[in-house]
Design a binder for this molecule. Structure first.
Ligand code: COA
Length: 330
């Protein structure tokens, strides 16, 4: 096997639920205020799914829009990868559900589990597959419905999360047209306990007795996670730049995972990025986990903030712990 293709971003798309939950709405659910949530996280509102909606509804809509943007038919997809920890079912994957919804009958489809960094792990995997010649076209979706696993009695976490999906179509291309300049990923399984849903899996199944504990929902040591996030996202950003041989000053836009405005600002300051080069939409969506970067990328393109030819550095961090980065040129 001697193939070594370039890989380019051919299209992007996003889809979020219509229903919006504001900070004011949350103040009627838990003991909190708009002022606390805004100053501690930067979040003003988030989109949330309703009882009759599911992850695949939004993942497929984001995927369909990305295919339209790329001018590619679903039948031409070789791979569909969905980064998610809140899939429709325990099994099978949400990716096979979306495959059927899109009519992508020639694809293989699977889910990627790396929490908030999942979409960057998926991009890294798709790039390797396409560069090797294993296929020509991949749909890479980040799609999370975190409000389904949010503990609405825990004010320190329930104010942070939102739902949504973002997607890109990647295509193998000539090496000189390569648009995925570098990817870099890392994880540390010794820190599982800092951010997880401890029960409800096969290790500790959900029972009538343990249901009330709320431990089948997101639990988080917020301050600890915060520290790791700033440090590890800083490392990930630098690793992607080194791998690509690109200096930070040559990057047009930084799209960090939208977890907390203070994490984003600390990262930007550590990397010496001026505010106008840092994309932020956390105020509108909250933390949408694996969907946050592809939603931001599509939004930045549609607003003209990210333009053709721009170099974009994307960095994420999440449960696992996991962290990673990608430097792209669109
Ligand atoms: N409304 C009002 N008060 C709240 C609150 C809320 N929603 N949530 C927590 N508080 C209170 C706490 O009870 C605590 O009160 P106390 O001092 O009387 O005990 C106080 O606010 C400070 O809590 P603390 O947890 O120290 O706040 P913080 O400044 O660390 O901010 C987070 C909390 C969660 C916003 C912050 O730690 C964070 O963003 N961490 C990273 C989380 C993250 O991004 N995770 C996902 C990674 S992908």
């Amino acid at each position: 096997m001697d193939a070594n293709f370039g890989v380019r971003i051919a299209g992007t798309g996003r889809a979020v639920p219509d229903k919006i939950l504001t900070n004011e709405d949350l103040s009627h659910i838990v003991d909190t205020t708009d002022e606390w949530i805004t100053t501690r996280s930067g979040i003003k509102r988030r989109h949330v799914i309703t009882d009759d909606q599911k992850n695949s509804d939004f993942a497929s809509e984001a995927g369909r829009k990305a295919l339209e943007d790329a001018g590619i038919k679903a039948e031409d997809l070789d791979f569909i990868i969905i980064a998610t920890v809140t899939g429709d079912f325990i099994f099978p994957s949400t990716a096979v559900v979306v495959q059927e919804m899109l009519g992508a009958k020639n694809a293989s489809a699977w889910d990627m589990s790396a929490a908030c960094t999942g979409w960057l792990f998926a991009i890294s995997q798709a790039k390797a597959l396409l560069a090797s010649g294993a296929g020509k076209t991949a749909l890479v979706i980040g799609s999370e419905m975190l409000t389904r696993i949010t503990n609405w009695k825990d004010r320190s976490t329930c104010v942070l999360f939102g739902d949504g999906s973002g997607a890109v179509v990647l295509q193998a291309c000539a090496p000189e047209d390569n648009g995925i300049l570098s990817t870099w990923t890392r994880s540390d399984g010794s820190l599982i306990h800092l951010l997880n849903a401890p029960i409800g899996g096969t290790a500790v199944p959900l029972t009538h007795e343990n249901l009330e504990s709320g431990l089948n929902k997101i639990t988080m040591a917020g301050r600890e996670v915060f520290k790791h996030a700033v440090r590890n996202m800083g490392q990930a950003a630098i690793e992607a730049l080194i791998k690509a041989g690109v200096s930070a000053s040559d990057v047009d836009l930084l799209i960090p995972h939208q977890a907390n405005i203070r994490i984003i600002d600390a990262l930007a300051s550590r990397l010496d990025f001026p505010p106008e080069k840092v994309y932020k939409n956390i105020q509108e969506y909250g933390n949408t986990s694996a969907a946050s970067i592809p939603i931001a990328l599509d939004e930045a393109r549609s607003k003209g903030v990210a333009k053709s030819g721009d170099k974009i550095l994307m960095v994420a961090f999440g449960g696992g712990l996991t962290w990673g980065s990608a430097l792209i040129q669109i």
